[in-house]
Design a binder for this molecule. Structure first.
Ligand SMILES: Cc1cc2nc3c(=O)[nH]c(=O)nc-3n(C[C@H](O)[C@H](O)[C@H](O)COP(=O)(O)O)c2cc1C
Length: 213
């Protein structure tokens, strides 16, 4: 049976990112896969500490030396058949937790060599889900796609397989906007977008999950 792992890079276990990931895993499960959702912010771990253990010549390549809560997750990712990385956009980047996860996963499987830049044991198809307050027009204006293309290209190269992406714009951030300073947002417009567009993005997530199996 195929195994699909989804990694939630939002601290909110029931936020927009988690919801998209759950739809993707439902798609994967309905296609016959075994699924797992990892909430990064429930784990105690750091980003890469630049010890360069993974680049040493005298030890097996592809192993991150850090022994924290992420170590068994990295091992399970290695054994999985597909990986979905979901993250909210924070300050025009992936959330810090997702950046730390990517550093650990990709750098430990990357070798400074033109001939064999990746020591990942097999092709691992992947997908990136991004959630954000911005509209699609803002994404174009601020060049977010170009920035994310670097993460996607690195994943494709080091995990040796195709990667896909899903952008969920204009997310509904608060359960009750009246309780928060949020004058720059038009709540009724956001609520309408959530009602009409977010379900389509959930369906897209479902289809990606299914297609990854
Ligand atoms: C620290 C922080 C920084 C953020 N920076 C941005 C940003 O640069 N651009 C943007 O569109 N949204 C930004 N947001 C909004 C989140 O990306 C958005 O609400 C996202 O959908 C939250 O995902 P979640 O519901 O899964 O937690 C930021 C939110 C936080 C908490």
């Amino acid at each position: 049976m195929k195994k699909i792992i989804a990694v939630n890079g939002s601290p909110r276990r029931n936020g927009n990112t988690a919801e998209l990931l759950r739809h993707a895993l439902r798609g994967a499960a309905e296609a016959g896969a075994e699924t797992e959702l990892v909430n990064l912010y429930s784990l105690k771990f750091t980003g890469c500490l630049s010890c360069f253990y993974c680049k040493r010549k005298d030890v097996p390549h592809g192993v991150c030396a850090l022994k924290d809560d992420l170590a068994p997750v990295l091992q399970r990712v290695k054994e999985a058949d597909a990986l979905i990385m979901g993250a909210p956009i924070y300050f025009m980047n992936l959330s810090a937790g997702m950046v730390a996860f990517i550093e650990r996963l990709l750098f430990s499987n990357y070798i400074y060599s033109d001939e064999i830049p990746s020591v990942f044991p097999k092709p691992l198809p992947s997908a990136f889900f991004y959630t954000m307050n911005m509209t699609e027009a803002h994404v174009e204006q601020f060049g977010l796609r170009e920035k994310m293309a670097f993460y996607e290209g690195s994943a494709a190269r080091i995990l040796k397989a195709e990667t896909r992406s899903l952008y969920a714009y204009n997310t509904y951030q608060f359960s009750d906007y009246s309780k928060y300073e949020s004058l720059i947002f038009n709540e009724p417009e956001k609520a309408a977008y959530r009602k009409e567009v977010f379900p389509k993005q959930c369906e897209e997530a479902y289809n990606i999950g299914k297609a990854l199996v």
